[in-house]
Design a protein around this ligand. Structure first.
Ligand code: DUC
Ligand code: ZN
Ligand code: ZN
Length: 468
């Protein structure tokens, strides 16, 4: 099967060009000057005139079916990867979980069992380490060498659940320095946060907004700085700060990067667009929709502005979603009368490509930086490049034809995620995903879905391209 994506503006990390993209089977075989493709015969032509042709989005941070707070994230690998496809994301990297006391490889096997045969798009795994000990350190080596899992998430938050202490973190970092893996850090001082949570509840402060108030930016910044220091002690172990939301945390990342350190960070659309006051502080229990950690930050401070700036300057390398949806009914409702029992998470895997494109429209990012932060850098950061993340000969034919003249209105009425609300209800994007191609197969076109569960393949990842 051959395919020609014709007449579009191909956008890559280093520039744009009007070009035709020739696909043979699952691969891109040529990016051609349109004058040269006149004579080529193909099975199917996709007209991309007036549209952008970009590499399929890579969401490097999702939590399908994550057990959390007595329930589980409401998107399965089936529903979540289908929604991702609708939104122009053709690869996800989800977090497999080793629960405390569990064998790491068993946790990984459980994640394979959830995903295998259910995904609509390609997928890979990071590994959450819920317990760092001699066995899990050995398992890190095995996952890197044999399983294609080359990044490990640790938590400085959630004592008693996922939490690792500084000694455990240091040991995992030393192991990663040796085997080339990336340490991904949930950087919030969970011990101090738990004190603030108990004090707030004792004062009767139970509404969702107190979730944000008890997780102050200073405790994200402190943990970020501590993680950077521990990584320095571990001989500059590669460190990636996940879901960075606060200006003060970004300052520590920027300083480390200025010093030439192997320190990277991502942010998420919720921190660029949503705020403590307007969403988390919505009347009654409504704010529960936006309970996630790290939390939404105050609109009266400079966080969102600084995050956009960080994306421009590459102090923030990637936009991921931290997609972790819970329905209001029966899930978020577990925290009625006690914000600390609201399951943490926001769903957004379907809207990341659009929401960051809106940053281009708003003058926050260049077209090239849009593509870089949503596709090319995630591929490079997590060992998927050049198979993924770029429109180039030899790469997988994961392509999105993006229409800058479309309008996309985000709503629970129209989204495909398994959520009974939208975190971005009513938001209008001045652009829209048109055709989505995954490994040469058209899976979304003209508002219709042509993909199917089980077509997505597990991707064994290599080491990050950014390591020194
Ligand atoms: N943060 C969330 O909001 N949800 C899941 C885990 C996390 O770290
Ligand atoms: Zn986290
Ligand atoms: Zn997460």
């Amino acid at each position: 099967m051959s395919l020609l994506v014709k007449g579009g503006t191909v956008v890559g990390p280093t520039g744009t060009q009007v070009a035709d993209v020739l696909v043979e089977g699952e691969k891109i075989v040529a990016v051609l000057d349109p004058a040269f493709s006149q004579t080529i015969t193909v099975d199917e032509v996709i007209d991309a005139a007036g549209k952008y042709v970009i590499p399929g989005g890579i969401d490097a941070h999702t939590h399908m079916e994550l057990p959390f707070g007595g329930t589980a994230a409401s998107d399965t690998f089936d529903t979540g990867t289908r929604a991702a496809a609708w939104g122009g994301t053709t690869t996800i990297i989800d977090f497999a979980v080793q629960r405390t006391g569990e064998v790491v490889q068993d946790g990984l096997a459980a994640w394979h069992a959830k995903a295998d045969g259910n995904c609509h798009i390609d997928y890979a795994f990071h590994m959450i380490l819920g317990g760092v000990d001699d066995d899990s350190l050995k398992a890190m080596d095995q996952l890197v060498s044999d399983e294609g899992v080359t990044s490990f998430k640790l938590f400085m938050a959630y004592p008693g659940v996922f939490y690792s202490d500084d000694g455990q973190i240091l040991r995992a970092m030393q192991t990663a320095r040796e085997n080339g893996a990336m340490i991904m850090m949930h950087a919030e001082n969970g011990i101090a946060i738990d004190v603030l949570v108990q004090q707030a509840l004792a004062r009767g402060e139970t509404d969702p907004i107190y979730h944000g108030i008890t997780r102050p930016a200073a405790l994200e910044a402190e943990a970020t700085n501590r993680a950077i220091a521990l990584a320095e002690v571990a001989q500059d172990c590669p460190l990636y700060i996940v879901h960075l939301s606060a200006s003060q945390a970004l300052e520590h990342v920027a300083a480390a990067r200025d010093a030439g350190r192997n320190v990277f960070a991502e942010t998420c659309p919720q921190y660029l667009y949503l705020t403590l006051e307007d969403q988390l502080g919505a009347p009654g229990f409504e704010g529960a929709k936006w309970v996630c950690s790290t939390p939404l930050r105050s609109k009266h401070e400079s966080h969102a502005r600084d995050l956009w700036k960080g994306l421009r300057s590459n102090d923030l390398a990637i936009v991921s979603t931290d997609h972790c949806p819970f329905c209001m009914k029966d899930q978020k409702e577990l925290g009625l009368g006690d914000f600390s029992k609201i399951p943490n998470g926001i769903g957004g895997v379907e809207h990341r490509v659009d929401l960051i494109y809106q940053g281009v429209v708003d003058g926050q990012l260049s077209l090239e930086r849009w593509v870089e932060t949503i596709a090319t850098t995630p591929a490079r950061m997590f060992g998927l490049y050049p198979q993924k993340g770029i429109v180039a000969p030899g790469s997988d034919a994961d392509l999105v034809v993006y229409d800058p003249n479309a309008t996309t209105r985000i709503s629970v009425e129209t989204h495909h995620m398994n959520m009974d609300y939208s975190a971005y209800e009513g938001v209008e994007i001045q652009g829209g995903v048109g055709t989505v191609i995954s490994r040469g197969e058209v899976i979304v076109a003209d508002g219709n879905y042509h993909g199917r569960k089980g077509r997505g393949k597990f991707l064994e990842r290599g080491l990050s391209s950014y390591l020194m």
